[in-house]
Structures are given as structure tokens and as C-alpha cells.
Ligand binder design. Sequence first.
Ligand code: FAD
Length: 444
Amino acid sequence: IGALRWHFLLQSLEDLQKNLCQLGSCLLVAQGEYEAVLRDQVQRWEITRVTLDAETEPFYKEMEANIRRLGAELGFEVLSLLGHSLYDTNRILDLNGGSPPLTYKRFLHILSLLGDPEVPVRNLTAEDFQRCRIPDSGLAESYRVPLPGDLKIPPQNPSPWRGGETEGLQRLEQHLTDQGWVANFTKPRTIPNSLLPSTTGLSPYFSMGCLSVRTFFYRLSNIYAQAKHHSLPPVSLQGQLLWREFFYTVASATPNFTKMAGNPICLQIGWYEDAERLHKWKTAQTGFPWIDAIMTQLRQEGWIHHLARHAVACFLTRGDLWISWEEGMKVFEELLLDADYSINAGNWMWLSASAFFHQYTRIFCPVRFGRRTDPEGQYIRKYLPMLKNFPSKYIYEPWTASEEEQKQAGCIIGRDYPFPMVNHKEASDHNLQLMKQVREEQHR
Ligand code: FAD
């Protein structure tokens, strides 16, 4: 977990603390290894009930089992509630015969049998909060929200994204006021290189638990009910939430979901191991401005558009570098504000054509892809300022400008910005052959 996500988490906790204060309650943050913390706090506060979010991720499943064991030992009740996903993924799997394979189409069919997701868990009332015991201010100080310095992360936060429920709700309201936009939302038509997000930008808030996916789901249903026409899954906004649910469902029943080895749904591929090339990709030095601008936005801000994720993921894996999707997933896990066990791995398998998606002959061009929606290259000029004076015709391939033109732009390729690290045409043709071979062999 990188510094940006830490900042986002601390801001979210600050916001929660402020909102609870307004209800006459407070937030106590206890730090440490969870089992030791629970042993200590349960005694100190005479705790009789521990509640937690039911999760599908292996780490949290194990944590829940351990907390239940501790509850039996120390005498507290454990209440595990479904809040992070729309549905209980076990119910979906039961209707699928107990396990994957599961296609999105079949998944939607199963959801139609289940009906709408359960409404959110009962909202707490002011009365619930009044029953809370609030420690005196001296004691509360030792349970305060940590500061960046306490966690040894840099105090400055360069990201424009602010964590917290207040911010998440504001963003939600802003988008939902434009009901036409909501009803007509078509994911593939949104723009990856707009200077402000062209999609909702709610993922960091869902991921950190600042905003409920069910709130979003029901607000969308209300808008759809009033609209004459609205888009449908997989491209609609509700369809996006269902993709999230789809990956949770498949991940919850797939061993080694975040790995290639031992993962029954993942194509086994002999990816190259090349630390130097991986480093160039990670640190925005591929020499392809479209790819490097995206990786810069990711590093500086912690969020990039879905199609931008497509571009860099395809480039790293089956498109140009033939490096394992697991490596890319780890970089995303460190840098994304919305980093998520199931969604991240699921999409990386998708983009590398290792699972879910099999039209592997479609490879994105790192020059033409971005140019389609931003021919002037404003996005590149923002994130790669050393290229900002190049005329638009060179902005996606500055190495094709003459020496004189490079001088005029104040940027010499090979000195101020790298040459492309691969010849895209040659690399992608070669990789396409490799992918064909792998598939034929494994089919046999
Ligand atoms: P919107 O288009 O506004 O969609 C609304 C919500 O639907 C999102 O907030 C998100 O919760 C969900 N959603 C949208 N697209 C997807 C999708 N393809 N799969 C699952 N859920 C989706 N998303 C994450 O939340 N965490 C990740 O770690 C993550 N890693 C990704 C890695 C790769 C290689 C790719 C290609 C995509 C990844 N995504 C991830 C999915 C997607 O790119 C983001 O959810 C989306 O871009 C977030 O922006 P938004 O909130 O504006 O999305």
C-alpha cells in the first residue's frame, strides 16, 4: 500500500471521526496486530460484541475465522455483516452449481433470479450513539486518528483525491443530478484521457468503505425508473457495479486468484522476467508518451480511467513487453487508491487474455489509442511537461520529429525524454504469435 492510499485512508478516518462527533459519539483508532489489539481492548472496555464487514478475500476470511475463535475464548459475540458487496456471493455460486466457471451473461441471469440486492443494513439512530461510552479526552488522545508522520509516510499528499464519506457523497450527488448522463452512460464511450474523470470516479470511495455500493445501486434504479430509456449492463453504470460483483463472486471461489500458478481459470504462459523493462514501464520511461502519461497520472494521483488501465496493462503483457500480469497487478496494488484484491487481479487476467477475455488478436496501439479521443495531446502535455511544446502531430510519437523540431520544442529525444523501448509493430506481431502458440498447445 503506497503513500497516496495511506493518505486517503487517514483522511477517511478523520472524516468519520468528525461525523461521529457531530452525532455525539467518537471514533477510537487502535493500532496493531488485530489479535493482540482485540485481546487488549475486549478486556479494557468489557466488549460483548464485535462486528465486522463480511469479506470474500482470503486474508479477511482467515481474519474472521480467527476473530470467531477469539470470541469463543474471550466470550464476545461476533456479528459479520454483508456491506462491501451487493449480494452474498455464496448465494450466487450456489445457483451456479457451487463454483465457477461463470460468464458475465450467466451471472446476470442468476442475479435476475435473486432479485434486487438486499437493502442496506439498518441505519444507526442518534439513540444508538447516545448509548456509546465516550472516554475522557486524555484517554481519547491515545486512540486518535494517526498522522502521516506516525506511519512514516511523507506529510505532503500530491493527489487531488480527498478521502472520506463527505467527499464521496458529494461526488455521488454531483453525478446523479445529471440524470440524462446517468441514464445514457455507455462505458466504452467514456474518454480515457480527459483532464477530469469522464466516469464517476467513485471507485476509491467504494474501495475504502466511504460509500455504500447499495446506496449507489438504489439511486441508479430510481433514476432508471424515471427515464424513458436507459443503457443496460454490461455498459451501463449499474452494469459497472455488477462487474465488480462478478469479480468478487469468481474470486471468492477460485484458489490462487491473484496468481497464475495453481489458478484453475488462468492460462499458463511463459512470460519473460525482465526487471529493467518492468522498471521502465512502472516509472513512465517507455518512450511512448501515451503510456508514460498514464503511468505518471497513476503515480501522482492514484486513479486512472478504465481504458487507460487497458492501455498500460496490454502494453506490459501480451501487447509489447510480454511481462506477467502479476507484476502489473502488484504495481497497481501499490499505486491505486481503489486497489482491490478481486477486481485488480480479475481485470489483469482479462487484459492479458489469461482469463475471461479471449479476443487476443486485438492489441492496442500505444500511439493511435490515445490520439482518437485527444488528438491535441492535452493529457500528455499535462502529465509529461517536457513534451508540452511539441506540435500535435508529434505529441504521440516525438521521436519522428526532426532534430531541428526537437530543438524548437526544447526536448531532445534520447536526452530529455527516452526513445521508444520497443518497436511496437515488431513486438506486438511477435507476441501475437507467442499467444497463438500457447493457446494451441494448451488446447491440445
Ligand atoms: P465507473 O465507470 O464510474 O464505474 C462505477 C463503479 O463500478 C466503479 O467505481 C467500480 O467500483 C465499478 N467498476 C467499474 N468498472 C469495473 C470493472 N471493470 N471491474 C470491476 N468493477 C468495476 N477497479 C477497482 O475498483 N480496483 C482495482 O484494483 C482495479 N484494478 C483494475 C486493473 C485493470 C488492469 C483494469 C483494466 C481495471 C481495473 N479496475 C479496478 C476496474 C476499473 O478500471 C475501475 O473500477 C474504474 O475505472 C473506476 O473508475 P470509476 O469509479 O469512475 O468507474
